[in-house]
Design a protein around this ligand. Structure first.
Ligand SMILES: Cc1ncc(COP(=O)(O)O)c(C=O)c1O
Length: 505
């Protein structure tokens, strides 16, 4: 059997990257309990009711026939209005083309602008499908590194250095996935300028723009004179909790829209009418819907970043906007891929190693924050447990046994460390810390039967939780995930709590 060369290009590394995610999904389907944080969606939330109702209503009105291939007039009208408001320029319906999600729109943009011999510049860490998407038509993809130490901020010079006479497009994704950064206005200006001077397309993937604060993000197409050079791609996937509806679009100059239309004729022959009607409702209620989503995601990000940054050996990188928190595990002396597989195998939590998004992502993991707060807490507690396991492997982890304390589990279902036991632990650790040792966190382990039942003499499991000092170093506190960890563990009637104090350097 012979297959086209395209099959090789679209089946590259980007496809491998998702192995952890597919494995987690497979385990979940088999009935295992897995927290899947490896894909960017709000797993427990549904599309807002008024959008769902609008699709039903549309179906009941018989809107289920072939549709206008470039997008139903109502949707293109709504899009033109929406994009004009968002970009601050006047967009007409002839500048809008509708696709089955931003992914489909990116693929169409690639096929209409790139061919063999061309080069497409993408920025690391990039969205995992970019290499396959932009090499599909035969172009070479050139990736520009950024540094975790700079929170993955892009320097325009790094892009300019890679431009050759074969460069046909620069692809930016801002706000960015996975790292959650927004590039500076100066950087965007410089990219627009070079695209204008050297006849290069600027493809701007803006699927996360509604998650940025109002006026927190500037679309390149809104820069005076830049519109003809820009291909702006977006969708309702993240902004309206509509990942599965598959509605996205391109905003661009008319000649490109005409080519995109011809491609859509061969590729999809239009989107279902009732889906497009629902998208019209979504866009008409954008302000309320997207703002609510943004506030919720912001709240979860603040929580997750706060917890992860307190874990020794782990450092959050970027994570200012968007649906992900990216964190660095390099200090633990472990690769992000090993960390991710171990987290899945031992703790049933799926996150994605960012090496899938280019070499700049080495040592970095990406966690979706569109999950319930309790699942995020559990995931962070698991990350903490695993970080400590790896830290114990490294030479830099120095820990000292302080004491053993016996406590009684008091409440029948969810016994926890009661205040008095906890204050004894605090006092002992504090005493230890003031005995001349320098360390910045203490942790305790407790032993419990594996089935979570009463105390037995049988095999036991060790669990751990951390105490940290606040920034003034005057007060000890239990990190928020400790509560989650303890809640999940039924302490036995009589439980040994071993107190340690340690430092990761
Ligand atoms: C940066 C980026 N671009 C495009 C897409 C695809 O979005 P859609 O669901 O609209 O196809 C995603 C999805 O996660 C994304 O993160």
């Amino acid at each position: 059997m012979r297959f086209s060369d395209l099959t090789r290009r679209v089946g590259g590394k980007g496809a491998d990257a998702w192995q952890i995610h597919y494995t987690a999904q497979e385990r979940q389907r088999r009935g295992e309990s897995v927290i899947i944080l490896s894909i960017g969606q709000e797993m427990l939330e549904t599309t807002p009711r008024l959008i769902i109702d609008s699709a039903f209503d549309s179906l009941n009105r018989g809107r289920h026939h072939y549709s206008d291939i470039g997008g139903e007039p109502q949707l293109r009208n709504a899009l033109a209005k929406f994009a004009s408001a968002q970009m601050g320029i006047s967009i007409s319906t002839s500048n809008c083309a509708v696709f089955a999600g931003a992914q489909n729109a990116l693929f169409a943009a690639s096929l209409c602008t790139l061919e063999e011999g061309d080069e497409a510049i993408i920025i690391e860490p990039y969205y995992a499908t970019y290499p396959a998407t932009f090499s599909a038509g035969g172009a070479d993809v050139i990736s520009v590194p950024t540094r975790p130490e700079d929170d993955f901020m892009l320097r325009a010079e790094a892009v300019l250095e890679r431009i050759t006479d074969r460069t046909r497009c620069i692809v930016i994704n801002c706000p960015q996935n996975p790292a959650g950064v927004i590039y500076s206005n100066d950087c965007i200006d410089a990219l627009v300028e070079v695209c204008q001077k050297q006849d290069i397309w600027l493809i701007s993937d803006e699927v996360y723009s509604s998650l940025a604060a109002p006026n927190g993000f500037r679309s390149p197409a809104s820069i005076p004179g830049a519109f003809e050079r820009c291909i702006t791609v977006s969708s309702v996937s993240k902004s309206h909790r509509m990942t599965g509806w598959r509605v996205g679009w391109i905003i661009a100059d008319e000649p490109l829209i005409r080519h995109l239309f011809n491609l859509s004729v061969c590729m999809s022959y239009g989107l279902p009418m009732f889906i497009q009607d629902a998208a019209v409702t979504a866009l008409e209620h954008s302000k309320d819907v997207s703002e609510k989503i943004r506030h919720e995601i912001d709240r979860k990000r603040t929580m997750a970043v706060g917890i992860l940054n307190q874990i020794n050996g782990i450092q959050v990188r970027g994570a200012r906007v968007g649906m992900f928190v990216t964190f660095d595990v390099r200090k633990l002396g472990v690769s992000a891929t090993e960390f991710a597989w171990k987290l899945l195998d031992d703790h049933q939590v799926a996150v994605l190693p960012c090496i899938a998004f280019g070499r700049s992502g080495a040592g970095i993991l990406r966690m979706n924050i569109g999950e319930s707060v309790s699942n995020l807490e559990t995931a962070c507690a698991s990350i903490n447990d695993l970080a400590r396991t790896f830290a114990a492997r490294t030479k830099n982890w120095i820990c000292h046994f302080v004491d053993t304390l016996w406590i009684d589990g008091r409440t029948p279902n969810y016994p926890s460390l009661d205040d008095s036991s906890f204050s004894v632990i605090q006092q002992r650790i504090r005493k230890f810390s003031f005995a001349g040792s320098s360390f910045h966190s203490g942790f305790f382990t407790w032993r419990h039967p594996p089935n979570g039942g009463g105390w037995t003499n049988g095999p036991t499991t060790w669990s751990t939780a951390a105490l940290a000092q606040d920034s003034s170093r005057s007060r000890w506190m239990v990190l928020p995930f400790v509560a989650g960890g303890l809640r999940r563990t039924r302490l036995g009637r009589r439980t040994a709590v071993h107190i340690w104090a340690g430092t990761v350097s």
